[in-house]
Write a protein that binds this ligand. Sequence first.
Ligand SMILES: C[S@@+](CC[C@H](N)C(=O)[O-])C[C@H]1O[C@@H](n2cnc3c(N)ncnc32)[C@H](O)[C@@H]1O
Ligand SMILES: [Zn+2]
Length: 392
Amino acid sequence: MDSEDKTLRHRSATDLRPGRRDVDMRVTEGSVEIEVPEQPEAGIGDGVFYNPVQELNRDLTVAVLRAARERFEHAETYLDATAASGVRGVRAAAEGWDVTLCDRDEDAVELCRTNLDRNGLAGEVVNRNVNALMHERRFDVVDLDPFGTPIPFADAAVRSAIDLLAVTATDTAPLCGAHFESGVRSYSAVPRNTEYHREMGVRILLGALARTAARYDRAITPVTTHATKHYVRTYLALADGATVANRALDELGHVHHCQHCLWRTHERGLIADPPAECPNCGEHLQTAGPLWLGPVHDREFLERVGQHVDDGMGTAEEARELTERLAAELATPTHYDQHRLAKRWGEGAMAMDDFLERLRNAGHEASRTHYGGTTFKTDADVTGIDAAIHTD
Ligand SMILES: C[S@@+](CC[C@H](N)C(=O)[O-])C[C@H]1O[C@@H](n2cnc3c(N)ncnc32)[C@H](O)[C@@H]1O
Ligand SMILES: [Zn+2]
């Protein structure tokens, strides 16, 4: 189902209070029914925000919370830090979590309370700046889902979350380098606009969160990460100690990229040492970083997440497909797009399965990625890919 269909499905829900300025409607997600104000066309405006397009994000959150119970020692308390309608917190409460829903907006917290009550669920509702709350109290799981960049919440969140921190970032243009200065300001890193822009966003975000956690002697391990539609979502296991924090920082480094021939390399370390020119074509290289070069998933955890997607979820099919695709992705830090390469070679694209088979037949590792239908990962560089595809 595409986003347009989904919007219509939600819009056809029952109107509740036609007398109000924002006409409310009921939305069913997973096992809960919540009340939300009808959203203006752009999704943002007067009234409490609810984004039907993020149902996949929320379905996966529920599956992650189920998997977290099996993995983490502490798995009881959940903070929906920027709750809006409270849909995430209400769904977590329905899963048996001891939930706290926080929003600084008075209408939002009123709606959070209504939505917990409507479902007969217990939970704490807090009307505060969540940064103050997170500085004072700790929760087993903290879920950050703000508008735009999560960075204004990052310091408090990495301290407040005991075992797991879930983060959404919707500022994809700054993250991927399309809005360069804004990306530099938010993430204290240099993002570059490449053909693997969504993965650039993922790795710039993770790099910034790893450095934030390290300031408090904490280490992040990304256990599930996806860049879907117009947001990045990541789940970070947290561990304490200077040694593990140092090890997490060892996963940071830089990517050096040639915009001309698409050759790229990466190196770990906080000091960038790029080659003087592209060894493949002699053009200037662009450097991005510091960014996260390590794995963005824990495969075993991800497989459990996939198993915890259930048929009662509105996006079950999409969520299962996504977790399978994520679990099969190679851990290399950048991906390629077959269409971009084919254009450079002056050829038409071929079926992805044939393309990947040629790479494997030439002795390379190769996988699809979730970043797009024609994207792939491999341990071959651009010349190796060229040689593997053009064998005759
Ligand atoms: C994108 S909406 C949350 C959507 C919701 N999590 C969902 O899944 O539908 C962001 C919410 O964060 C709230 N917010 C922004 N800054 C805040 C802060 N400093 N403290 C608490 N809430 C905040 C806004 O009022 C808004 O309701
Ligand atoms: Zn080059």
